[in-house]
Write a protein that binds this ligand. Structure first.
Ligand code: OAD
Length: 270
């Protein structure tokens, strides 16, 4: 139950031989860039490189809860760009759905707030949205929920919504720096130990505690990185496989080697 070599082909053989029946997938913004959503840290195209007009003290302040409490406008200036609804899932999202359809997906851990995994067909109970999502919003003071339609209006108008109960600031329930991750993350973070294959895609693995998730995989469990660049500790274990380049190309090649390419294309075209 080990890989013959640290190559894409041996990962495919491992899957075809039935050794990967409990796959954990860990994703980040890089799986959605080909959908048209910028990632955060890519040097020229990432969100953090393009915030000059917001006059932030440092780029990540736009998602920092202390900064937001004093100055919520930069976040609401950016929110329109990130708000779900106008983007289509990529073939990488469909690949995750294909793993689910084949009964091979143990869990998807995502840092993304674009909801494209759900849109691709992966059911909500298989997904851990580690950094929350735009699905709900509430007051940062009294925690009272805020209506979705009013939030959509505020985001559209780039205005700052306030609580209907206490007039406090309202924020989508995406996890800002300085906020706790959802309990769901902590309840599931040990799950990778049960996995027989781990696939990490489209993330710089630079934000904790998510960045440590691949460490929870057992020694000897193959970990595959499909990403533009090498990140975190991926590649440091003897069963790690690096597939460097764009995710869509990487999953296509992996699907092809598994004999699934046609199925994947059909799923994506739906
Ligand atoms: P990053 O922007 O930090 O990393 C994206 C990674 O994907 C980088 O390693 C890119 O090289 C790679 N990448 C981009 N496009 C790609 C493509 N088409 N194919 C393959 N690789 C590609 O994004 P995350 O790791 O998701 O948190 O960032 C983590 C967290 O930092 C986010 O959830 C967000 C941010 O601050 C919060 O806002 C709380």
């Amino acid at each position: 139950r080990t890989l013959d070599s640290r190559t894409l082909e041996s990962v495919a053989t491992f899957i075809k031989n039935g050794h990967a029946r409990k796959i954990v997938v860990m994703t980040g913004a890089g799986i959605s860039t080909s959908a048209g959503i910028p990632d955060f840290r890519s040097p020229d195209t990432g969100i953090y490189a393009n915030l000059a007009q917001l006059n932030l003290p440092y780029a990540e302040a736009v998602f920092d809860i202390s900064y937001f409490r004093n100055n919520p406008l930069p976040f609401y200036t950016l929110a329109q760009e990130l708000y779900p609804g106008k983007y289509r899932p990529t073939i990488t999202h469909s690949f995750i759905n294909l793993l689910y359809q084949k009964g091979l997906l143990l869990k998807l851990f995502t840092q993304n707030i674009d909801c494209l995994e759900r849109e691709a067909g992966v059911p909500g109970d298989v997904i851990v949205e580690a950094h929350g999502s735009f699905a709900r919003q509430s007051c940062v003071e009294c925690k009272h929920p805020y209506p979705q339609d009013l939030m959509q209006k505020a985001i559209h108008e780039k205005s700052v919504p306030t609580c209907l109960e206490c007039n406090g600031l309202v924020k989508p329930e995406i996890v800002f720096f300085g906020e706790q991750l959802p309990t769901e993350f902590f309840a599931n973070r040990g799950l990778p130990v049960e996995a027989d294959l781990c696939i990490v895609m489209g993330t710089s693995l630079s934000v904790q505690p998510f960045a440590s998730l691949p460490e929870f995989c057992s020694q000897g469990t193959p970990r595959v990185l499909i990403n533009q660049e090498r990140v975190g500790t991926m590649g440091s274990r003897s069963d790690d496989v690096l597939i460097l380049g764009d995710c869509d190309g990487g999953v296509r090649k992996l699907a092809e080697a598994c004999g699934w390419l046609e199925e994947l294309n059909e799923l994506w075209a739906k």
